[in-house]
Structure formats: structure tokens, C-alpha cells
Design a protein around this ligand. Structure first.
Ligand code: 3HC
Ligand code: NAI
Length: 698
């Protein structure tokens, strides 16, 4: 086994480096060897100070998440941190890269903290449904005060080295990890510097008591901000303990709370999401192919999606040429871009000179010939097969050999689009989500004849754009929209059967979504779904249930937020929307027409049906190999559709709820409508074998 710790001596300084690539996670081997190295360095008489650092790209980014759920192994991290803190020689940590979680907790126990100017410093345990479990909740507030510490821990967001210095979290920002840390450590030795252990720094704690810092109030604020999440509240409990008891008692309380949370479904779901996100780019095509050159990109269409994609590509450092069908549309596209970049400047996200540099890589024109030499073209024109085919035929004639031709279609058959070109091996689907410069999901749709290196290039583009790619097969709506249509229909059925759109939205919001389906339809624009329903009408089974209410609203021109009315009213720029009695009237009329006697739906019943519809269709998507594995469906729903992360995604939720119970629910609903509620073969098979969706994840 390779050594995880390197201990060297430079005159009177011991330098301990942690070597556990890629992120120097604090696995049991690291902890064992680290403790041994600390003991050895402490014992050496001529050693006057110890420097602790991470080798390679980073100081440890935290505990080893793969060990969570396994029986704990000694030495644990709190023991190591206590050991460090009690060493009688100064222990200095030199931080760089991502100093996170358990990594930062080690740093907090050291006597001095130096950080490279690019270091990101944070306690992100909440994003795993956890709290810092190695003294973080008790040491960080002693350095930076309760309010700032609570903010850092509850958000989980890292801060930069300058901010850490300002807050008092670190002692020095350094330019070079090796040279500067030795240099300043020698200074410390020469000046015979006395240090105070972090656990003994009680000034800020006493001040907090005197200033009557109200932790209950802070907890309530975070309860609203981090809805339904356990960990931010538990951090508040640890802070209350900090004010009332000794460091040791506080640390024990924190440790017990950490293990309590580790057992919760929330934490298991978050951890599932963490690994699911990192698995989605592990696909068969990448094993056998390398990405093609990708130095320039063309985008056809400068509307909502075309301009968002253009910005995403520009922000990834690529030169982009945008094509529109006429000067007027091109000007509108340009305005879209300017609006977003001007806001970035206003908000201080980008400087004027950065935006200038970005625009120097941007070209706009109505002449398709300008695309002749680009490496990839992404088409984002109207969602109409004939319009797209026309564009694909032109592109086929113009773009150089080996260029990739991609479509951003939401639903259409990419095999059919590929078939109008002479090079179907170069055609792929790249389904971005709106706003494309912000949303992290990218569905990479793999048609039958595409080459593996084109697929690999799609994944490479996602990496350049810092997006989360998910591989999808060709079908109407791919993974995300295909499933959305099913649970969307289920929402329509419940609406027609007796629930109001507002009751359904409330139930879904309280389940953890940022908004309910009707608010989402209003936001996306009712016309999009309307066009899709019209397109699918000829294919629809006559016996299939169809709810006309959304069409009735569209016929009135009520497309949602953009027209001021949809399922909600958006008067005078009110973006939250008010309930609309006229919509309820339309719903009532439709019920009367179909002789439906409205029934009452409890929140629980709404969730039961909505989730069953979602999971059943997701299961079909896996069964038909449209998604490679259940965790890819989870990633799609988490990053593209607002599924609450603390529930891990619909497939993880299904496993927690029990697949047998899901099947029972579906079979119960099947009695009402055997076409819509046909149980997925995969669920039936899994239940028969006593397996769950997770058994299909790699
Ligand atoms: N434990 C185990 N494996 C980890 C890990 C961890 N803490 N952090 C990352 N990895 C693995 C990833 O799974 C991935 O593995 P793969 O290559 O097999 O897919 C590999 O390391 C590289 O990770 P990323 O692809 O995420 O690399 P990036 O460079 O994009 O990001 C990072 C680096 C910002 C450090 C990111 O990996 C990250 O956020 N990691 C988790 C950090 C974290 O949550 N730390 C707290 C852990 S809990 C804790 O410390 C408890 C303590 O309080 C007791
Ligand atoms: P949009 O209507 O805002 O933009 C389409 C643009 O394409 C218009 O600016 C139009 O002038 C241009 N265009 C049309 N024909 C052209 C041609 N022959 N040559 C050059 N430009 C042409 O539409 P939007 O919303 O941007 O959608 C574009 C595509 O993205 C569609 O396929 C849609 O399904 C898909 N999509 C849309 C999402 C959304 O939320 N709006 C999300 C994901 C995908």
C-alpha cells in the first residue's frame, strides 16, 4: 500500500504532507499514519515546529465520504484534532486548494493557519445532510464568532483566503505554500511565539453571552432559508451547547449529533446525490474514445435558448459565432446577451474588461457560411421538425468535415434529424435547460449512428461549461421531459378530479420543490406544452384520458407569466402570482362537462399520486435503456427540475418509500385508469426479486 503521509525534516521544522489523491480525503489509513507522524515529530527534540500540509492539488477536502455508513475505525478525527491542539510545539497548517470539512477542522485545531491566496475554505457538511463532526461547530465560532460561523456552516459555502483572514479564521495569506510557510514558521520560532489553543479562546463566546446573541432567532431564519433540512437546525443546537458548556462537552454533543444525522434518510439521500452526480459522466463511449478538437462553437438561433447557450460557451472560454434568420432577430439575440452581461457587471460578477474580452470572442451574423470552420454547431431554432431539418441540411453542406452538429431540441427525434444529413455519425443531441447559462444539467442525447468520439466531445463540453452531463437515449422528451409529461398529466388529472392547481402546488412545494407544477408551467410558458400536445395529438390513443383545461387557458392567450395570466394572475409585475377564480371557473365547467364529481385530495394523497406517476415513468425510462442507471434519473431531476436534494432524487425516494409500496399504489390507481397507470415492468421485476433501484446503480 502506498504511504499516505510523508514526514520530512528541514532543520528544526517537521513537515508532514498528506498524500491521498485526488482530494486527500481523511481515510482511516491517512488518520493512522498522520497520528503516527505527529507523535514522531512531537517526540523529536530538535523539532521546534510542525507544518501540516496537503500534497498535490489540495489540503484535505474532508472526511472520506466512502467510509460513511461503515463501522467507525480508530483513530477518529476528533482524537487527532485534540492531539494536534495539545502538542506543546507550534503546529502550523499551510492550506491550499479546497480546505473543506474535516480538512478545515484539522486546520482549526492547529495553532496557526496560513492559506495560499487561492484557497477555498469551508465546512460543507450540510450538503451531505451532516454537521461538522470533528470539532468544527465548537472551534470555528471561537475564532470568528457565532453569527459568521453559523452562516458558514449552515450554507456550507466556502469562503476565499482574503475573507478568511478578515474574519480571523486564518493568520496569514501566503503566495507560495512551501517557501512561505517555512519562512513564516521560522519567524514564529525565532520570536518565541506563544500560542493559544483554539479551544481556549473564549473571548468571542463570552461576548456572545454578554451580547445575548439569539441563537433561536438565527435558527428560525435558517429554518426558512433551508426549508425542511435537518442539519442547519442541528448546527444551531451545537451552538447552544457551545454557550452553555465546556469545550469537551460541546464536542461530545457535536459528535453524537453527527452520528445521529448519519443515520437519517436525509443524509443518506444527500450522499447518494453526491456520488450520483459524479457517476453520471462515467459512460461506455468515453472508455473507447477521446473527445474531438473543440476550439470553436457555432450557435444557430439567438432566442431564449440560443443566447443562453452562447453565453455558456463564451463563459467557458470558447469563441462563438451566433446565427439568426434575419437582422431583426439577430439584434434581439444581441440584446439578450447584452442584458445578461450588463447584469453581471452591475452585480460585480464580471468586470467591464472581462466582458470586453468575452465579446472579442463573439461573432454574430445571418450568414451560415460563417460556420464553415467551427468544430461544433448547436442548433436552437424553433421546436418544429421541418424548420430544424432545413437548418440541418444547410449545416451539412456548410460545416467542415469532422464538425459536430448538435440539436438542443426538447422532444424531437434526433435520429430523424440525423437522417437528413450525409453524416449521421456527427449528429448528437445537447439538451440544455433554461436559463442555459445558469442551469447545470445537460442531457447528452445519443442517437443510433453517432460516433463515440462525438459523445465524448459532448461530455467534454459539459466539463468546460461546468455542467452536469447525463447520457440519454432517443425518445420523445428524453429522460427529463418524458418523465415530466407523466407527472404533469397526473397533476392535470388531480386538478380535474377535484384538487385546485393551488392545492397541488402547495403540496409539491411543501414536499421540497421550489415551486409546484402549475407555477412551473406558468414560468416556462403554457404555449410550449400546448405545441407539444398538438404535435402528439395524431398519435394519441383515443381511450387515453385527456384534460382540456390547459388548452382552454392557452386558447385565451393565457400562457403564464409572460402574458400576465396562466394558472395564476400576474397583475402589475407580481411574479409570485395570485390564485385566479376565473381559472377555477374554467376547471368547474370542464368537470361538469365530463360529469366529474369533485373529490377532496389531501396533501399526502397528492404526493402519493404525483410521485407514483414520476417513478413509474422513470422506471420505464430505465427499462428501455433511455437512462443508463437510476442514479442518472436522479441527477436529471435534481439538476433540471428542482427535485429536493435532501430526498436524493425520485429513484432514491422510491427506494426509501419502498418499491413494493409504490407498486401497491400504482395498482390501486390502475383500477381508475388502466392506460395511464400501467405498472412498469422493471418495478414488477424488482419487487419480485426483492431488489430496489439502487441495485441497478454501478
Ligand atoms: N471523500 C471521498 N471521496 C471524495 C471526497 C471525499 N470527501 N471528495 C471527493 N471525492 C472523490 C469524488 O467522488 C471523485 O471520485 P471519482 O473520480 O471516483 O468520481 C474524486 O474524489 C474527485 O472529486 P470531484 O470530481 O468532485 O473533484 P473536483 O475537483 O471537481 O472537486 C471538491 C473537488 C470541491 C473537493 C469536491 O470533490 C467536493 O466537494 N468534495 C466533498 C467535500 C466535502 O463534502 N467535504 C466534507 C466531507 S464530510 C466531513 O468532512 C465530516 C467531518 O466534519 C467529520
Ligand atoms: P425561441 O423562439 O426563443 O428562439 C428560437 C430562435 O430561433 C428565434 O430567435 C428564431 O429567430 C431563430 N430561428 C428560427 N428559425 C431559424 C433559422 N432557420 N435560422 C436561424 N435562426 C432561426 O425558442 P427557444 O425557447 O430558444 O427554443 C429553441 C429550442 O430550444 C427549441 O428546440 C426548444 O424546444 C429548445 N428548448 C427550449 C427550452 C426553453 O425552456 N425555452 C428548454 C430546452 C430546450
Amino acid at each position: 500500500m502506498t504511504k499516505k503521509i510523508d514526514l520530512v525534516y528541514q532543520e528544526n521544522v517537521a513537515i508532514i504532507s498528506i498524500c491521498n489523491p485526488p482530494v486527500n480525503a481523511l481515510s482511516v489509513e491517512v488518520r493512522k499514519e498522520l497520528l503516527d507522524a505527529l507523535k514522531e515529530a512531537e517526540k523529536k527534540e530538535n523539532v521546534e515546529a510542525i507544518i501540516l500540509k496537503g500534497s498535490g492539488k489540495t489540503f484535505p477536502a474532508g472526511a472520506d465520504i466512502k467510509e460513511f455508513g461503515l463501522p467507525p475505525q480508530k483513530p477518529d478525527l476528533p482524537t487527532i484534532n485534540d492531539y494536534i491542539e495539545n502538542i506543546n510545539k507550534p503546529v502550523i497548517c499551510a492550506l491550499h486548494g479546497n480546505t473543506l470539512g474535516g480538512g478545515l477542522e484539522i486546520a482549526l485545531a492547529c495553532h496557526y493557519r496560513f492559506a495560499h491566496f487561492k484557497t477555498k475554505i469551508g465546512l460543507p457538511e450540510v450538503s451531505l445532510g451532516l454537521i461538522p463532526g470533528a470539532g468544527g461547530t465548537q472551534r470555528l465560532p471561537r475564532l470568528i464568532g457565532i453569527p459568521e460561523a453559523y452562516k458558514m456552516m449552515a450554507s456550507g459555502l466556502p469562503i476565499n483566503a482574503d475573507k478568511a483572514l478578515k474574519l480571523g479564521l486564518i493568520n496569514k495569506v501566503i503566495q507560495d505554500i512551501d517557501e512561505s510557510s517555512i519562512h513564516f514558521t521560522k519567524d514564529l520560532i525565532e520570536n518565541n511565539n506563544n500560542f493559544i489553543k483554539t479551544k481556549d479562546r473564549n473571548e468571542l463566546i463570552n461576548n456572545a453571552n454578554e451580547d445575548k446573541i439569539n441563537i433561536t432567532e438565527l435558527k428560525n431564519n435558517f429554518k426558512k432559508q433551508y426549508r425542511n433540512q435537518l442539519a442547519p437546525q442541528k448546527i444551531g443546537d451545537c451552538l447552544e451547547k457551545l454557550l452553555q458548556s465546556s469545550f469537551e462537552e460541546g464536542q461530545n454533543f457535536e459528535r453524537n449529533t453527527f452520528f445521529e444525522l448519519l443515520k437519517t434518510e436525509q443524509s443518506k439521500s444527500y450522499i447518494h446525490a453526491f456520488f450520483a452526480e459524479r457517476t453520471s459522466s462515467k459512460i461506455p463511449e468515453i472508455k473507447s474514445a477521446h473527445p474531438r478538437n473543440l476550439n470553436t462553437v457555432g450557435v444557430v438561433g439567438g432566442g431564449t435558448m440560443g443566447s443562453g447557450i452562447t453565453i455558456a460557451a463564451l463563459n467557458a472560454g470558447l469563441p462563438v459565432t451566433m446565427i439568426e434568420r434575419n437582422q431583426d432577430s439577430l439584434d434581439k439575440g444581441m440584446k439578450n446577451l447584452e442584458k445578461i452581461y450588463n447584469r453581471d457587471i452591475e452585480k460585480g460578477r464580471l468586470s467591464s474588461s472581462q466582458v470586453e474580452e468575452i465579446f472579442s470572442r463573439f461573432t454574430k451574423t445571418t450568414d451560415f457560411e460563417a460556420l464553415s470552420s467551427v468544430d461544433m454547431v448547436i442548433e436552437a431554432v424553433f421546436e418544429e421538425m421541418n424548420v430544424k431539418k432545413q437548418v440541418f441540411k444547410i449545416l451539412d453542406k456548410i460545416v467542415k468535415k469532422g464538425s459536430i452538429i448538435a440539436s438542443n431540441t426538447s422532444y424531437l427525434d434526433i435520429n430523424e434529424l440525423a437522417s437528413v444529413t450525409s453524416r449521421p455519425e456527427d449528429v448528437i443531441g445537447l439538451h440544455f435547460f433554461s436559463p442555459a447559462n445558469i442551469m447545470r444539467l445537460l442531457e447528452i442525447v445519443v442517437p443510433d449512428k453517432v460516433s463515440n468520439d462525438v459523445v465524448a466531445t459532448g461530455f467534454y463540453l459539459a466539463k468546460l461549461m461546468k455542467k452536469i452531463p447525463v447520457r440519454a437515449g432517443v425518445c420523445d422528451g428524453f429522460i427529463g421531459n418524458r418523465i415530466l409529461n407523466k407527472y404533469g398529466d397526473c397533476a392535470y388529472f388531480m386538478m380535474e378530479d377535484g384538487a385546485t392547481p393551488y392545492e397541488i402546488d402547495k403540496a409539491i412545494f411543501e414536499f421540497g420543490y421550489p415551486m409546484g407544477p402549475f407555477q412551473m408551467f406558468d414560468l416556462a410558458g403554457g404555449d410550449i406544452g400546448w405545441a407539444m400536445r398538438k404535435r402528439l395529438k395524431p398519435m394519441r390513443d383515443k381511450n387515453e384520458r385527456y384534460v382540456h383545461i390547459p388548452d382552454k387557458l392557452c386558447e385565451k392567450g393565457w400562457f403564464g407569466q409572460k402574458t400576465g395570466r396562466g394558472f395564476y394572475r400576474y397583475d402589475k409585475g407580481n411574479r409570485r402570482g395570485d390564485e385566479d377564480p376565473e381559472v377555477l371557473e374554467i376547471i368547474n365547467l370542464e368537470r361538469q362537462k365530463k360529469s366529474i364529481i369533485p373529490t377532496k385530495f389531501s396533501q399526502e394523497e397528492i404526493i402519493r399520486r404525483y410521485m407514483a406517476a414520476m417513478i413509474n415513468e422513470a422506471s420505464n425510462v430505465i427499462y428501455e435503456k433511455i437512462a443508463l442507471r437510476p442514479s442518472d434519473v436522479d441527477v436529471t431531476k435534481l439538476y433540471g427540475y428542482g427535485f429536493p436534494r435532501y430526498r436524493g432524487g425520485p429513484m432514491k425516494y422510491a427506494d426509501s418509500y419502498g418499491l413494493d409500496k409504490i407498486l401497491d399504489d400504482i395498482r390501486e390507481f390502475e383500477k381508475e385508469d388502466s392506460i395511464f397507470w400501467k405498472p412498469s415492468n422493471l418495478i414488477i421485476e424488482l419487487v419480485k426479486k426483492g431488489n430496489n433501484f439502487d441495485s441497478l446503480n454501478e
